[in-house]
Design a binder for this molecule. Structure first.
Ligand code: PRP
Ligand code: ZN
Length: 288
């Protein structure tokens, strides 16, 4: 594959981040087809190829410029020495890197693992953590299926990603200690040509817009006119809320955006101020 100014974006082929990554790229306006285990796909409407790779390989491929952008868990960046630039945290693919032990084991704290074997695909992060905690344990590197190591008596404990927790549950393991938190992150190769840089900046603006849109809701409500100052404080919006008169001169209509996280708290306060007819709708894109 020769690049010709075409940008390559690497995403996880199959795993926790695959679906979220493709959804994000589609929300950013990239049009492409993909199904099953495709290795790459070409966008119809932009000079972009999407490469489907093992997530563990993505930081190095991006560092070496095989891919210009990549979507990976931040845990992989912490683990790898690859020199890829972190551009944006993407607000999906939340998980933690945790040390887990068999449910019925006698291990209660990390100190109990001194002299024991811990299997992991994240040896660097684990070794750092053990050193910080003064625990001398043997780290066994496994590239996959880490969760079966205790049952196979390959290790006493594991250090692996926990997302829903179902892998641990299925394998009768329980978290002993959480080492770090992770989420999907957009990364870029350190050296890009000017031509590609322009496209990367456009994509970054779009990714940010999609993310902002997910983090906000559009809200409309009616309010007694004398409560305008309360409304301004509750839903300041981008610059200030839109305020419109109603046929009843004692009332106004307020339109604004509200953070998803504060949504219910704000709605309760609007009600306390005498607000009514509260309408809420999702925002598709939001560029400040
Ligand atoms: C991680 C981890 C577990 C799974 C945990 O795999 O290795 O297999 O996710 O998720 P759960 O708590 O929801 O069950 P990852 O997606 O990184 O794939 P990989 O290990 O094949 O690279
Ligand atoms: Zn992986």
């Amino acid at each position: 594959m020769k690049s010709n100014g075409t940008i390559r974006i690497a995403v996880q082929r199959s795993g926790r981040l695959s679906e979220g990554s493709l959804n994000l790229l589609k929300s950013m306006g990239l049009q492409f087809e993909t199904y099953q285990n495709r290795l790459f796909t070409r966008c119809r409407n932009m000079p972009i190829d999407i490469l489907f790779l093992r997530d563990d390989d993505i930081p190095e491929y991006v560092q070496d410029g095989v891919a210009d952008l990549g979507i990976v868990g931040s845990n992989l960046l912490d683990e790898s020495n690859a020199k890829a630039k972190r551009l944006l945290s993407l607000d999906f693919g939340f998980c933690s890197l945790a040390i887990a032990v068999p449910e019925q084991s006698e291990f209660k704290t990390i100190v109990d693992l001194a002299g024991k074997k811990i299997a992991t695909s994240y040896p660097q992060t684990l070794k750092r953590y053990l050193a910080e905690n003064g625990v001398d344990a043997e780290v066994i590197l496994l590239k996959g299926c880490v969760e079966v190591a205790p049952a196979l008596e390959v290790a006493d404990a594991i250090c692996d990603l926990v997302s829903t927790g179902s892998t641990l549950r299925t394998n009768r393991l329980t978290v002993l200690e959480t080492i770090s938190k992770s989420q999907a992150t957009l990364i870029a190769t350190p050296n890009v040509s000017g031509e590609k840089q322009q496209l990367i900046e456009r994509l970054l603006l779009r990714a940010g817009g999609v993310q902002e849109a997910r983090a906000f809701k559009y809200i409309m409500f009616n309010l007694p006119e004398k409560k305008l100052e309360d409304a301004k404080a509750l839903v300041p919006g981008c610059d200030s809320p839109t305020v419109m008169p109603l046929a009843d001169p004692a009332m106004i209509a307020v339109h604004s955006v509200v953070e998803e996280e504060r949504f219910w708290e704000v709605v309760e306060k609007i009600k306390e101020c005498g607000g009514s007819g509260i309408l809420v709708s999702p925002i598709e894109k939001f560029i400040r």
